[in-house]
Design a protein around this ligand. Sequence first.
Ligand SMILES: [Zn+2]
Length: 179
Amino acid sequence: MSYCEVCGHELVLRENGLDGPVPYCEACGAFRFRRYNVAMSTLAMNRALDQVILIQQYGRTDNILVAGYVNLGESLEEGVRREVSEELGLRVVKCRYLRSKYFEKSNTLMCNFLSVVDDMSLDHVNGEIDRISWFTPEEARACIKPGSLAQEFLNKGLDDLESGRLADIFPGGECDVPG
Ligand SMILES: [Zn+2]
C-alpha cells in the first residue's frame, strides 16, 4: 500500500485514460504517479577503444561497471562526467548514450553510456573503490559479474562497438577528440 507524498493519505487506484490504473489521492484530488531513481553506468574506455575499466566496490569481489546516481538538476551526461571524475580521477572526453533498463531491486532507471577518458592513469582513484583495472574487451566479458545488469550493458556495448554501429561517433576505432 502506498501513501500520498503530499498529505499522507492512503492512495487508491483510479483509471487514468491510456495510463490505466494510477495511484490517486482522494484527499488532494490528484494522481500520484510512481517515482523512481535515475542512475548512470558507463563502459569507461581508453582513446584506442581497446580497453575498458571494471571496478570492485563496497567489499564485494564482483567486477562491475562504473556507476552512480544522477544528481537532481544534472543531465545524464553530466552525471557520467562527474562520477568518472570523482571515482576514477579521469576526465571524460567523449560520452555516448547506449541504452537503459529499469532495475526493480533499487527502483532505478539505469542509463548506460560509453565514455572515453583522457588517459589511462589509475593514480587518482577514489578510496571508495576497492580494486580497479583496465581489461581488454575479451577479458572484461569473461570476468564481469555473471547475470548482472552490468554484464548485459557491457556485452551489448562491446557488441555495438565491435560491429561498427558506433563508427559514426568513434571513427577509425579511436577517439578523435583532442585532449
Ligand atoms: Zn494527498
